[in-house]
Design a protein around this ligand. Structure first.
Ligand code: HEC
Length: 231
């Protein structure tokens, strides 16, 4: 490099850093501005209280909301941890990259926010779908029976919704701390939140048959996944 070239570079560096000093003097706060916290409490204190900004109108039934939103996004949380069998034995799977954690966060936000979509009055199943509710010992309640149950005690329905939302908030905090260990317990909590509502409203006959129930949920999930893969 020629002397002139070196000088030019030096000059460029000095003026660049001088520019940096000047701009940092102009832009006011010396402390770095923390990124906006997505915490529920932080947001609720910034919100105007009271009314909604507009009407909330349902698009699908509860059953479809489960199949097409709650269930698939719950898998972002359920599937984030687990034990995988490989040719070298079993390994624990856990989120590692930013993208892995992003996926868990998508699941957490979907649970925390999506839970409240269950507060919007909507049919429980598409019209004509009676669930598996016909005949003696039918395992599922009919949509009408579910609605009657909810209307007798709306506070209980809301409690189940809040329970789901709380797991969403729990997972959001875990994502913030990137605490992969805590994600195992959160997966359990999520499972319980789902099942406690299903046991009350969907197949109450199975309340004392927890093991059978676990199997059923797993089978259903596989069925839904299988169906979506076939498409
Ligand atoms: C507040 C109550 C409530 C919560 C919480 C809840 N569900 Fe549901 N879910 C229902 C009801 C009620 C039905 C049955 C609706 C019907 O068939 O009439 C249902 C049905 C389903 C179905 C069946 C869909 C189909 O196509 O047959 C799946 C799958 C499902 N839920 C998954 C989940 C998962 C996963 C969670 C937790 C992440 C969850 N649900 C949380 C109330 C709830």
């Amino acid at each position: 490099m020629t002397q002139q070239g070196r000088f030019d570079r030096l000059f460029a560096t000095v003026s660049l850093s001088l520019f940096g000093v000047l701009t940092s003097m102009c832009s006011s706060p010396a402390k770095p501005v923390p990124p906006p916290a997505a915490s529920a409490t932080a947001i609720s204190t910034q919100m105007p209280s009271g009314q909604l900004w507009g009407d909330m109108k349902p698009v699908v039934s509860v059953k479809e909301l489960m199949r097409d939103m709650i269930d698939p996004f719950a898998d972002n949380i359920f599937d984030a941890v687990g034990t995988v069998t490989t040719s070298n034995g079993t390994v624990d799977k856990a989120p590692k990259t930013e993208a892995d954690w992003d996926k868990v966060r998508v699941g957490a936000v979907s649970m925390a926010e999506g839970a409240y979509l269950l507060k919007i009055p909507r049919p429980f199943a598409p019209s004509g779908d009676e669930n598996n509710s016909q005949g003696p010992d039918a395992p599922e309640l009919s949509p009408a029976a579910i609605l009657a149950k909810l209307e007798r005690d709306p506070v209980l329905w809301n409690a189940k919704i809040e329970a789901l939302r709380n797991v969403g908030l729990e997972v959001l905090e875990i994502v913030r701390q990137k605490d992969a260990k805590a994600l195992w317990d959160a997966g359990e909590d999520l499972d319980v939140a789902c099942e406690n509502c299903h046991l009350e409203y969907w197949y109450p006959g199975e309340k004392d048959l927890m093991p059978k129930l676990n199997e059923r949920i797993r089978a259903l999930r596989e069925k839904v996944e299988g169906a979506s893969k076939k498409k």
